[in-house]
Ligand binder design. Sequence first.
Ligand SMILES: Nc1ncnc2c1ncn2[C@@H]1O[C@H](COP(=O)(O)OP(=O)(O)OP(=O)(O)O)[C@@H](O)[C@H]1O
Ligand SMILES: [Mg+2]
Length: 422
Amino acid sequence: MKRFLYGIDFGTTNSALAIYDEESKEIRSTIIIPSLIYFYHQPNTENAQNYVVGEEAITAYLNDDMKGRFIKSVKQILSRSSFTETRIHNKKYNASDLVAIILKELKTRADLFIGQDCRKAVIGRPVFFDDDNVQKDTLAQTRLSKAAEIAGFVDVRYQFEPIGAAFAYEKTLAKKENVLVADLGGGTTDFTYLVLDPEKVGSRERKNDMMANGGIYVGGDSFDSAFMWDKGTPYFGKHTQYEATPGKVLTVPKSLFANICSWEQMNFFNGLRIKKDIEDYYFFSGKNPQFKNLITLIEHNLGYSVFQSIEKTKITLTNADSSMFSYHKMDIKIEEEISLGVYEEVIAKDVARIANYLDEFMLQNSIDPENIDSLFLTGGTSMMGSIQKLFKNRFPHVNLNSGDNFKSVAKGLAYSGYLFED
Ligand SMILES: Nc1ncnc2c1ncn2[C@@H]1O[C@H](COP(=O)(O)OP(=O)(O)OP(=O)(O)O)[C@@H](O)[C@H]1O
Ligand SMILES: [Mg+2]
């Protein structure tokens, strides 16, 4: 039997697995799936699987008229101590169970490819799962380890995601370099500063080459939430006024709209009390049509499709000066042209948080920009103009490199086999 090792990048938005052949020391294939799970509205007959994973989750969700349970950004619940479990079709799922579903899907597809049951993996983890809180970080790591076990992995090591990205880049180098790696994903932005040396690829002692690691809980999802708050919520009645008591006019609470800006918060509306409040606001607003859109959004579970339109608007702007924010479903009609300038204003606060963190990272680790030989940017969010500008402005004399934005971390993790030699 041949010997294989899997490099697994379990991401907020996308998850990838690189199949590494330990004999030929080569990556044989890379599998990538969106990190999505859909539990059917109607459970299947006994023993059949009640969910689908990846790209198919979207199709199944739409075919089911969006009535079942659609789970996105499951990585973000790893560090959330308030999340213990969720019940779906009379079965309980804790955070590890949900994460295991994604890891298992990747493992099954890869095992099928190699025709073996490979139980050895290097799994990536962000530098911080949830900003700088040690307890939450430990919780997340424990849950991730449990998930790997449930998914069928036995021999597992963990590696920081940006180090994975760095090792993928190292394969392309001809000489030794000091490299600043930035991995900008959906949930987090991670930095690592290290010495890369093509002669050391796969070698045992790499610890001394890692000069600094850091990260912040801001990524592409934060931009989408900011966009929803600024540009989306007015279409769902953010400015609606209602008559609280005769003659007393108030604006509906902003908190309602904070809850439609982040995916995990959408379940907030499941409570009976909040549903009743929303109907009252609607009635006492004189049936405001925009506020009606909020009711439609909640009742028909449209959150995911609205965020798809928001993401599309963002992605178009990576190559264009303006983009249409367009959403048409049921009675909801949104059609607004968004210029790049306006978009950049919407996300300015989050970009500034990344920029400030980068300055802090440089300062705290005493990194002199003069000593950086090159920059390596990866992750979906690194394609954005604001982000490219940020790095070009900070490091005008340093070469900006990028590889495969969605596969490089998984590949680099697969080159981290040295972790097993402790
Ligand atoms: N062409 C693009 N332009 C701008 N943003 C993009 C583009 N393609 C994808 N994105 C964004 O990139 C993010 C996903 O990137 P990626 O797959 O690297 O994240 P992830 O690894 O799943 O997340 P994390 O590493 O934070 O756990 C999403 O926010 C997505 O909207
Ligand atoms: Mg990532």
